[in-house]
Design a protein around this ligand. Structure first.
Ligand code: 5GP
Length: 189
């Protein structure tokens, strides 16, 4: 996606060798025209996968998630992040270590919204070590549903998430892949 790559090049701010800040179009202010194109592209990539639900995680996954769900004409669910929970019967819970916050959170989805037989497309804004995507996939599998694919807006390909998810058997499609964030410069893969 050329438009997305241009945005990353022009507006992305490299915070360290590891973290890219894109709060002018994805993580704080959101660009609806760009998000619409992101949704169209994910819908095109996964059109043969018989997807009937999109699953993402709050908060930055919601914009690309809802635009993808709109194109596919299916519901979108976002997992909630919570501090440690006491056991509850009505929700699926998984522990996810946050790359940006360096802490573990429980992520939760109500059992009302994912069922056996569902084909779920997981969408997220960034892929680093794969913690968030694996946590979402474990929730889908707890529900007896299938992960139909994983769509990532920006993959940092120098971190292991993409490789680990692919090795685990998931189809991962990333719209932009970053090879390095060295010396304040974004290098695309
Ligand atoms: P992972 O779980 O794959 O290790 O990291 C992905 C999650 O951490 C995403 O949901 C995203 O919110 C956050 N994240 C990871 N790396 C970055 C980054 O470079 N920039 C931003 N803005 N978020 C990131």
């Amino acid at each position: 996606m050329q438009l997305l790559q241009n945005k990353v090049r022009e507006e992305g701010i490299v915070l360290s060798g590891q973290v890219l800040k894109v709060d002018s179009f994805l993580n704080h202010q959101m660009d609806p025209i760009l998000m619409k194109e992101v949704g169209q592209e994910f819908a095109r990539l996964f059109q043969e996968e018989n997807i009937n639900k999109v699953l993402t995680i709050e908060s930055s996954g919601i914009a690309p998630g809802i635009m993808t769900a709109l194109e596919l004409e299916v519901p979108m669910i976002f997992a909630r992040k919570q501090k440690s929970l006491t056991l509850r019967e009505d929700i699926y819970v998984e522990k996810v270590y946050s790359f940006t916050k360096q802490e573990s959170n429980d992520i939760t989805v109500s059992k009302k919204f994912i069922h056996p037989g569902d084909r779920v497309l997981i969408i997220d804004d960034f892929l680093a070590n794969g913690e968030a995507a694996f946590g979402l996939a474990r929730i889908v599998e707890q529900a007896g549903a299938q992960v139909a694919g994983i769509g990532i807006v920006i993959e940092k390909a120098f971190q292991p998430g993409g490789k680990l998810l692919t090795e685990a058997g998931y189809r991962v499609e990333s719209l932009v892949r970053i090879a390095a964030l060295d010396n304040g410069v974004v290098t695309f893969a």
